[in-house]
Design a protein around this ligand. Structure first.
Ligand SMILES: Cc1cc2nc3c(=O)[nH]c(=O)nc-3n(C[C@H](O)[C@H](O)[C@H](O)COP(=O)(O)OP(=O)(O)OC[C@H]3O[C@@H](n4cnc5c(N)ncnc54)[C@H](O)[C@@H]3O)c2cc1C
Length: 408
């Protein structure tokens, strides 16, 4: 197959896809609606499955100096007693730790690497609609009236994807009736021992007021994200924008009922500066039957295909798995082209394999939510066992892709 891939969206999925394709000698061009990639929501947590991919692409070495490495997430009661732990990484077991890094750092390094690879990014190019799709390619339009063509168009354009609108005109992301507000404060403000005896990152579970999260960031852990998650009524886009710009409302949200939490939480909310506040309404994309058009010339991935709840911290980590395995699949197809219908067939195998992992993450999300919610009598035993996470973190993606291809 002679291939030129057009990627709509230069967010984390799109930029990483460009690098993964370049590593396979597959030409591509990125088109981004904004004047710079979307930089939402402070720092993100990366787990070993994603770090393995970023390491292979040479990205991890470049972000490592700017992030905070850790292995375990701790859970404590409202009385501040230890309840549970969740492994987010382990160099010894999975080859990589858990890692928190500011999104703008990742975007900065990914953009620089894409430029070094000679891949073009066209900014202020907003995809609007597909004009024509055939067995050999696709033509589409931007909002400035310009058109372009490629052998394959990939929508990496996020949860509100316009490219997905071509495949599913009536689909809207679903609000989960939960939202979070986060801020960043100096770690010293927590007044916990600096010898590591109080395990961080920590989530304090309050039976009435829900969860309060405290997670170190910056390479030396000198800053922590503080965050609160609660049930919420749905708003429209303007409504959410109004809330996120109402910094006093966000601070009140973080401080609400702090007296019912242990001292670490009261200390965490004692001084909150308005410059690093974020608000995150949790929307999801329901499970889709297909991530590609009938001729497989239009494909979606990342949040566009499967925005998921954040319980296991796998949102963007699964996006990285999509893009890396997508590039491997295309490379195998180039080497081993089997004529008409081959692209359709291998992409079906790719989606089935990726969906299986997303489904497993959804099961894990539900297990985690159950553990953090009120206990059901009789379930205590099952729910205090450590999670088995090797399937998630210790993956040989090359072998996995070969398995999908063998069965396609
Ligand atoms: C506040 C917040 C905190 C989060 N924290 C975490 C976390 O800790 N861990 C985690 O795993 N996930 C986290 N997530 C989820 C994570 O951000 C997403 O999973 C991730 O951003 C998805 O990446 P993406 O590249 O698929 O989409 P996006 O990051 O949404 O990028 C899409 C890109 O496409 C561009 N675009 C959109 N429409 C068009 C168009 N029509 N034409 C051209 N370009 C277009 C956008 O401008 C953007 O640059 C968080 C989300 C939020 C909102």
């Amino acid at each position: 197959m002679s291939t030129h891939i057009a990627i709509i969206g230069a967010g984390l999925s799109g930029l990483t896809l460009a690098l993964a394709l370049h590593a396979q000698n597959i030409p591509c061009t990125l088109y981004e609606a904004r004047s710079a990639p979307l930089n939402i929501g402070g720092a993100i947590m990366l787990s070993p499955n994603a770090l393995r991919i970023l390491d292979t692409l040479g990205v991890f070495a470049r972000i490592k100096p700017d992030g905070y490495a850790f292995d375990t997430l701790y859970f404590r009661s409202q009385e501040d007693t230890p309840l549970d732990t969740f492994e987010f990484g382990s160099e010894a077991k999975y080859g990589f730790p858990g890692f928190r890094v500011y999104r703008h750092v990742l975007i900065r390094e990914l953009s620089a690497m894409v430029a070094e690879a000679g891949v073009e990014i066209q900014y202020q190019k907003k995809f609007t609609r597909v004009l024509e799709e055939s067995e050999s390619g696709v033509t589409w339009e931007f909002d400035d009236g310009a058109t372009a063509s490629a052998s394959c168009l990939v929508g990496a354009d996020g949860i509100h994807s316009r490219v997905r609108g071509y495949l599913y005109p009536d689909l809207q992301p679903t609000f989960t009736h939960t939202m979070a507000v986060t801020a960043a404060v100096p770690t010293a403000q927590l007044k916990v021992p600096s010898d590591g005896s109080y395990g961080l990152p920590v989530t304090i579970l309050n039976r009435t007021h829900g969860a309060f999260v405290i997670a170190p960031q910056q390479a030396d852990g000198s800053e922590v994200l503080i965050g609160r998650q609660k049930r919420a009524a749905q708003l429209d886009r303007e409504g959410w924008d109004r809330l996120i710009n109402d910094k006093e409302w966000c601070i009140d949200f973080l401080r609400d009922s702090a007296e019912d939490f242990p001292p670490i939480v009261r200390n965490a909310v004692s001084e909150i500066s308005t410059d690093k506040i974020n608000l995150w309404p949790f929307y999801i994309v329901p499970k889709l039957e297909s991530w590609a058009s009938a001729s497989a010339r239009v494909v979606i991935l990342g949040d566009a295909a499967h925005a998921i709840p954040p319980s296991a911290g796998q949102g963007i980590n699964q996006g990285f798995e999509d893009v890396y395995t997508f590039a491997l699949i295309l490379a195998r197809l180039n080497v081993n082209d089997q004529g008409e219908g081959a692209l359709r067939r291998v992409l079906r195998g790719w989606q089935a394999g990726r969906q299986e992992r997303i489904d497993q993450v959804m099961v894990l999300n539900a297990q985690i939510d159950r553990r953090r919610g009120p206990k059901v009598p009789g379930q205590e035993d099952e729910e205090s066992k450590p999670f088995e996470l090797e399937w998630l973190y210790k993956v040989d993606f090359e072998e996995m892709v070969d398995g999908w291809l063998a069965n396609a």
